[in-house]
Design a protein around this ligand. Sequence first.
Ligand code: FAD
Length: 389
Amino acid sequence: MPRIPFVPLRGDIVTDVLVVGAGVSGALVAEALSGEHRVTIVDRRGPVLGSTPASTALVEYEIDTPLTLLAEKIGREKAEQAWRRSYLALHALAARTRDLGIRADLRRADNLYLAGNVLDADGLAREAAARRRAGIETKFLPRRALKERFGIARPAALLAYDDVALDPRRLTAGYLNAAIGRGARLFAPADVTDVEAGSGGVVARTAGGPVIRCKALLFATGYEMPHSVPQRRHQVISTWAIATRPQPRNLWPEDCFIWEAADPYLYLRSTPDGRVICGGEDEEFSDDAARDALIPKKTAAIARKLGRMFPQLDTTPEFAWAGAFGSTATGLPSIGAVPGMPNCHAVLGFGGNGITYARIAADVIAGALSGRHDPDADLYAFKRTRATR
Ligand SMILES: Cc1cc2nc3c(=O)[nH]c(=O)nc-3n(C[C@H](O)[C@H](O)[C@H](O)COP(=O)(O)OP(=O)(O)OC[C@H]3O[C@@H](n4cnc5c(N)ncnc54)[C@H](O)[C@@H]3O)c2cc1C
């Protein structure tokens, strides 16, 4: 990972925007704001040490809730709007990353979405029709076509095009360095323990004493959201993942992402050197120690399921890890102004699309702080209209 310059916070500072959290969300927002605003980023641990480095980085526009199921929850129009925005965000992320010259091993990958207990073959056929009606090209593969083309024995699948695989650590470091190159400062460790929000500005107190005064503050603290931010619709989920040894000759055809329309699900991709990264077995988060104690059991289950899907693979985990992320009932995150805390904003509840949603957060938050209202902001707002709750 490229070097990221930062220093511990030793004294009081004044800034325009304080970004709390140096993961992918904080990095993308800081980069979008830098240049126009004086930006300060703080992290209680250090840059890129939260959920971001644990990410398996299947960066998809297909959000956790299928379009047909999201339409049942929030209405067809809003659901299509959310899917289209994710589609645009993924392409915008790839374009901006290229423009900034960030080398994060980006590569395009198609995505195979296998029938399961969330959507069976009929459900997938309806999902394909709904996505195409929204303008998103998707191919329905019945059992025989799926078997012939990919060697997978399932009742059906959807093929989606042009998702992105990348290295989340390099991506985040690249965006942090781009912000720092435009004058942003990064302090770590700096643990924000208390926030006083007022119409004239915000005062953030940190562990050990230093105080940061700012015009606006963004909580980009991942699943460690302060209690002052409403989290009624949110849940923290633990998830587990493995990486196998490199075995390029054993991989499935077309090197696509694979994701099950199932609960619990399995998702997988390959790396440029031919490892398989595979994750799943999600469950509600209790604490770090309990989650980590389950690594052997959960990752053995992932390896077993992977072996059932592709018997030719050596599924022995060479690396195994766990992480946490926030999730919501709709699969849509909360991004925007925090109710009751003037000049404070937050991004949370990113589910399995944290990296795509970080790009949307950058657009929405940078727009709000620079006086450019994002046309989709209400979809993600903490105070949503009845239709998007
Ligand atoms: C195993 C796993 C697999 C995943 N797979 C995918 C995937 O395939 N595709 C995808 O898009 N997403 C995936 N995700 C989700 C994605 O990784 C996350 O949504 C994303 O990384 C969250 O980034 P973040 O910046 O919001 O949070 P984090 O990376 O957690 O960063 C938050 C930072 O805030 C700091 N912080 C917290 N509280 C304070 C405080 N009070 N003061 C100062 N600093 C503070 C923390 O130290 C941390 O560094 C996965 C997640 C996991 C765990």
